[in-house]
Design a protein around this ligand. Structure first.
Ligand SMILES: O=C(O)CCC(=O)C(=O)O
Ligand SMILES: [Fe+2]
Length: 313
């Protein structure tokens, strides 16, 4: 189905239980199938926590370049630390993204993922020194969206006609990583795209964006639909691994950012999926005679690593 706007779904009824919770699951399920993007309201994460991560991002990116480069991801080759402007081309057909990033994520127990993947994606986080409160603000927000991800998967389970705890075992040691992003304004010297057109690779993305705008989502007719900031909500979208797991019932929808606002734009995407070891095969309940399996099985960790490598050319 094609769409012309991103729906707002208030999930506060989920916490009330009963018929209200089932209605939330029905709406979330329909939106993930039809659009693959929604604004999530009623999520219960205090505004203070979200403001905290934006304050951390502003303070980090305001550091002199030489200080940020002490955490350059290229020094370790891992998915941690600072990613300078143009280091990534999220759409490999473009020149490179006009944005800079700070990457962090869940540190996983050695032995719970193949060594190459554990070293890259589960490596210890790199924290800037002399930035008081940065680590605490980033971690508080990370923990809050990590917890919210489990709630959203309970909602997905009910929406897909399963029991709420259905995915709990699969999500015990999840893939969970987060980026602080700053997009400079588009200018004559820096005319490029903020983040090139792409689908997210994981299962679920929870994105906090500031008030600047610039995110666009592509519908089936190829039109770019703006996803402007809606106060008090997160943008939630489906990644490729969940499209595969649900056998295409949920949609991974392409999106991009172009910052034409004349001021810096900050955003904080959080990415979540089942464990690095998990093999993603279309769920039995999503396969039928009318909808035969559309995807071959993939290992979640290898799939993610390969998709990330494509970005760094
Ligand atoms: O900054 C945004 O609004 C989107 C970021 C994004 O799409 C990504 O990091 O995958
Ligand atoms: Fe994305």
């Amino acid at each position: 189905m094609s769409f012309s706007e991103i729906p707002i779904v208030d999930i506060s009824g989920w916490f009330a239980g009963g018929a209200e919770a089932r209605e939330v699951a029905r709406r979330v399920n329909r939106t993930c199938a039809d659009v693959g993007f929604l604004y999530l309201a009623g999520h219960a994460i205090p505004d203070r926590v979200t403001q905290g991560v934006f304050s951390a991002a502003e303070r980090f990116f305001s550091l002199p370049t030489c200080r940020k480069m002490e955490l350059d991801f290229a020094l370790t080759g891992r998915h941690r630390g600072y990613v300078p402007p143009a280091a990534e081309a999220t759409d490999p057909t473009t020149e490179g993204d006009c944005k800079e990033a700070f990457n962090m994520g869940l540190v996983i127990d050695p032995g719970t993922a193949p060594p190459a993947i554990a070293a890259h994606m589960g490596a210890p986080n790199l924290w800037p020194v002399d930035l008081p409160g940065f680590r605490e603000q980033v971690t508080e927000y990370f923990d809050a969206v990590l917890k919210l991800s489990h709630v959203i998967f309970d909602i997905f389970a009910v929406g897909l006609g399963l029991s709420p705890g259905q995915f709990a075992e699969d999500l015990k040691r999840p893939i969970a990583h987060m980026r602080l992003l700053r997009y400079p304004p588009k200018t004559a010297e820096s005319p490029g795209i903020g983040i090139g057109a792409h689908c997210d690779y994981e299962m679920l993305t929870i994105l906090a964006q500031d008030g600047v705008g610039g995110l666009e989502v592509r519908n089936e007719d190829g039109e770019w639909i703006p996803a402007p900031p809606v106060p008090g909500t997160f943008v939630v979208n489906i990644g490729e691994l969940l499209a595969r797991w649900t056998n295409g019932i949920y949609t991974a929808t392409p999106h991009r950012v172009i910052n034409t606002a004349g001021t810096d734009r900050y955003s904080v995407p959080f990415f979540f999926a089942s464990g690095y070891q998990s093999v993603i095969t279309p769920l039995d309940t999503c396969v039928s005679a009318e909808r035969p399996a559309r995807f071959t099985p993939v290992n979640a960790g290898s799939y993610l690593l390969q998709r990330l490598h494509e970005n760094y050319g």
